[in-house]
Design a protein around this ligand. Structure first.
Ligand code: HEM
Length: 221
C-alpha cells in the first residue's frame, strides 16, 4: 500500500517543492534556469526531446535529487547468512579493522542512501553543497571509480537492482514539465515564515514496525 500511495506522488512532489525552495534561495540559479527555459520555449510548448535536452534544467534536477533525495534511506532484510564487502575498511568497536561484515539471516538493514549521494570521498569536499554546475562539466573520476550500483547518475536516489524505482524516468519528466511551466510564468522568493521539512512520514513508521520483527539490525551509513 505504501508503494502505491507514496512511491510516485509524495516522492516527486517533495522533490519539486525542494527544488522551488532551493531556486528561491539561489536567485542567480533561478534566473539562469528561467533564461534557458524561456529562450528554448520561444512562446510554445516544448516537445519531449527538447525539454529533456535542456542542460541546466537537467543539472538542477540531478543536483536536487542528489542532495535532497526524497527517499533518504531504504529498508532491507537478509533472507540468508551473507558477507557484506565494504568499499573501504572500517574500525570495529574493539579497535580492529574490517573490510567485510558477516550478516546473519533475518537481519534488518537500513541502507543510508544519502550517505552515498553526499560522500565527500566520492563527490569531493563540496558534496554537501547544492551546485547544479557540477553536472555541466565531467564529474570527478572518483565518482565513476566508485561504481555506484544505482540506476541514475551514479546516485542511489532511485536505488538499483531488481527492485529499483520503475518510475525514475517519468518522475524526471514530471519535474521538468512542472518546472518549465512554473518558471516561465512566476518568480519564486523566500517566504518570511520559516520552513520545516518533515521527512519522517508514514513510510518511516512502517519500516520501524518491520524492524521490530527482525532478530538484529544493521545500519549502513
Ligand atoms: C523523485 C521521485 C522518486 C524517487 C526519489 C523514487 C525512489 C524510489 C526508490 C528509492 C524505490 C525503492 C524503494 C525500496 O525498495 O524500498 C522506489 C520504488 C518504486 N518506485 Fe519510485 N521514486 C520516485 C518516483 C516514482 C514515480 C513517479 C513512480 C511511478 C510513476 C514510482 C514508482 C515506484 C514503484 C512502483 C516502486 C516499487 C518498485 C519495486 O518494488 O519493484 N516512483 N522508488
Amino acid at each position: 500500500m505504501s508503494t502505491m500511495i507514496f512511491a510516485a506522488m509524495d516522492t516527486t512532489s517533495n522533490a519539486l517543492a525542494l527544488t522551488l525552495d532551493l531556486l528561491a534561495q539561489h536567485p542567480d540559479v533561478q534566473d539562469k534556469l528561467r533564461k534557458e527555459i524561456v529562450e528554448a520555449r520561444d512562446g510554445r510548448d516544448l516537445p519531449y526531446d527538447e525539454l529533456v535536452g535542456l542542460p541546466y534544467l537537467d543539472a538542477v534536477c540531478r543536483e536536487t535529487l542528489r542532495l535532497h533525495d526524497p527517499v533518504p534511506l531504504v529498508f532491507r532484510e537478509t533472507r540468508n547468512d551473507i558477507v557484506l564487502p565494504l568499499s573501504e575498511p572500517i574500525q570495529g568497536v574493539d579497535g580492529s579493522m574490517m573490510s567485510e561484515i558477516p550478516i546473519p539471516k533475518d537481519t534488518a538493514i537500513m541502507v543510508g542512501v544519502m550517505a552515498s549521494n553526499t560522500s565527500k570521498t566520492i563527490w569531493g569536499d563540496d558534496a554537501h553543497e547544492w551546485k547544479p554546475e557540477r553536472w555541466l562539466s565531467p564529474l570527478p573520476s572518483a565518482v565513476s571509480d566508485a561504481h555506484i550500483p544505482g540506476i541514475y547518475s551514479h546516485l542511489m536516489t532511485f536505488l538499483g537492482g531488481g527492485r529499483a524505482c520503475i518510475g525514475f524516468k517519468f518522475s524526471q519528466l514530471e519535474m521538468k514539465v512542472v518546472l518549465s511551466l512554473l518558471l516561465s510564468n512566476f518568480t519564486f522568493e523566500l517566504s518570511d515564515k520559516p520552513i520545516m521539512w518533515n521527512v519522517a512520514g508514514v513510510r518511516a513508521l512502517l519500516n520501524l514496525r518491520k524492524l521490530a520483527q527482525c532478530s538484529s539490525v544493521l545500519i549502513c551509513d
